[in-house]
Design a protein around this ligand. Structure first.
Ligand code: ADP
Length: 509
């Protein structure tokens, strides 16, 4: 069978077309697959890159974390060291000790191997106070260079901290050259209004660089040193002024003691003088009085009345003078402790009644009323009766003198069990005493300048005697008064032997 070749050809062509189409289809499919694979591959590479990036980030973060942790640990250790240092500083009030506490171990704990503290002395000269790791000649050179560098000193005074991480290249090089230290911090030690000095710390070039944390720590350290120095200065000031005060007090006490001795001596001499003069006066006075009496009595012959009258005046004046001399003698004797006091426990009432009786005629004459106002069960007083009588006579006598007619004089008493004393008061409704005169009233011969005193004679010794007798009994005397209203004198007397002899014991010491 003959097959038409065109058919065969057609078949072959068709077959070929089919094969080509099949191959094309296959190839097309493969190509699609390759494309997909490529896309998947690219995606994979992208994810891989992402992962790689993340891994790098993690490593970087980890490194940074480690670094931060290291820094944190360093800071913690630094703070710990500062805390210990602060505790040590609080134990001292001596500037030298403050500097001694900055030692190599402490610097090492803060991460430094070298350090210098410079501070100003009282002449404003910069002095080395602490030096770790610097030879002496370099230290001298450092101080002289800093002294010369005004710009540098001003910056420090303004509170600027220089460090190898914050300084300009030029400054950094200058400091490195000066201290021969590559990693450094130089900070001022602040004082209240100024700068006390400066603190330098550093490491040689092989060590790790300083950090901002280090700067902070060293600034805190410098502040602590400044604060401590201020405390020591304050303490020194207080200590010095208290010592000065103490020595001044001692000096003044000595002066006062010697002044007191002098006063005692003068007072003794005064008493002795009064005593001897009074004795000398008493004898001729007694003779004068005696002769006057003989003449008045007409024992030598009849004397005319006019002469008699003069003689009577001589007699009265002599009596007054004798009384004055006796008072003076008593004051001098009691003041010098030479008067013998016979203290006896007794009731005061009979003594006061006796005085009232004694003064009754005068009270009547002057139309005055005397009230005795003593509480029941008044304790006994421990007194020398004769002397205490004179207190009452003088005070009631004065009240009589200075109270106008129809007035009242009141004697009252108030026991004080806590001091074993009785406070007596003698009050009148008289002319009163001006305030300015009150404090001088108990001085010898002091008399207030008033109308009554101009006409009535007096010595100004009565109150002085009252004071001496009261004090000899361990008591006090004081007065309150209002002009035109009246005066009250108060005095205390003892109710026990111990209270009575209080002042004699004082005199003996
Ligand atoms: P003299 O009575 O002899 O003057 P005193 O020492 O007893 O001396 O008294 C001193 C002065 O105190 C008196 O001169 C008088 O001025 C004043 N004085 C004393 N007691 C009273 C009184 N009760 N009222 C007013 N003045 C008084």
């Amino acid at each position: 069978m003959n097959i038409d070749p065109s058919i065969v050809l057609g078949a072959i062509v068709l077959l070929l077309i089919l094969v080509v189409a099949g191959i094309s289809f296959y190839l097309f499919n493969r190509l699609e697959e390759i494309k997909q694979l490529k896309a998947a591959n690219e995606k994979f590479i992208r994810s891989f890159n992402d992962l790689d990036e993340q891994a790098r980030l993690i490593v970087k973060t980890d490194l940074e974390l480690n670094k931060a942790q290291e820094e944190l640990e360093k800071r913690l250790q630094g703070l710990n060291t500062l805390q210990k240092f602060s505790r040590e500083l609080s134990k001292t009030l001596d500037a030298k000790e403050v500097f001694q506490k900055i030692n190599p171990a402490m610097l090492t704990d803060l991460g430094f191997s070298r350090g210098i503290v410079l501070s100003y002395d009282e002449h404003k000269a910069l002095r080395p106070r602490m030096n770790i790791g610097f030879p002496d000649d370099r230290l001298v050179n450092i101080i002289s260079q800093i002294n010369r560098d005004e710009h540098f000193k001003t910056a420090l005074k303004d509170g600027h901290t220089f460090s190898s991480i914050n300084s300009s290249k030029q400054t950094k090089e200058k400091i490195i050259q000066l201290f021969a230290t590559e990693h450094f911090i130089l900070t001022p030690i602040p004082a209240q209004n100024n700068m006390d000095g400066m603190l330098f710390v550093g490491n040689r070039y092989t060590s790790p660089a300083v950090t901002e944390g280090d700067e902070e720590l060293i600034s805190i350290l410098a502040n602590q040193i400044g604060q401590s120095l201020e405390n020591t200065q304050l303490f020194e000031q207080v200590f010095r002024s208290s010592q000065m005060l103490e020595s001044k007090v001692k000096e003044r006490t000595k002066e006062l003691e010697s002044a007191l001795e002098k006063v005692k001596l003068i007072s003794k001499q005064k008493s002795e003088f009064i005593s001897s003069v009074s004795h000398e006066l008493r004898t001729p006075l007694t003779s004068i009085k005696g002769y006057a009496s003989i003449l008045i009595a007409g024992k030598i012959g009849e004397v005319p009345p006019a002469v008699k009258e003069r003689l009577a005046k001589i007699n009265t004046h002599s009596d007054n003078l004798v009384k004055m001399i006796n008072d003076l003698l008593d004051i001098a004797r009691i003041e010098s402790g030479r008067a013998e006091m016979k203290y006896l426990a007794q009731s005061i009432k009979p003594l006061i009644d006796n005085i009232a009786d004694l003064l009754t005629p005068q009270l009547k004459d002057r139309d005055l009323n005397l009230q005795v106002d003593l509480p029941d069960n008044l304790p006994d007083v421990c007194i020398d009766r004769n002397h205490v009588e004179r207190i009452f006579i003088n005070l009631v006598g004065n009240a009589l003198k200075f109270t106008p007619a129809k007035g009242t004089i009141t004697i009252a008493a108030q026991p004080n069990s806590d001091t074993d004393t009785i406070t007596f008061s003698i009050a009148d409704t008289g002319i009163g005493i001006p305030e300015d005169d009150l404090e001088k009233l108990f001085e010898e011969f002091y008399r207030v300048d008033n109308e009554i005193n101009q006409s009535v004679k007096g010595t100004g010794l009565g109150l002085s005697l009252v004071k001496q007798i009261t004090e000899a009994h361990g008591g006090n005397v004081w007065v309150t008064s209002k002009v035109g209203t009246g005066t009250t004198f108060f005095f205390t007397l003892p109710t026990s032997m111990e209270a009575a002899t209080k002042s004699s014991a004082k005199k003996e010491t």
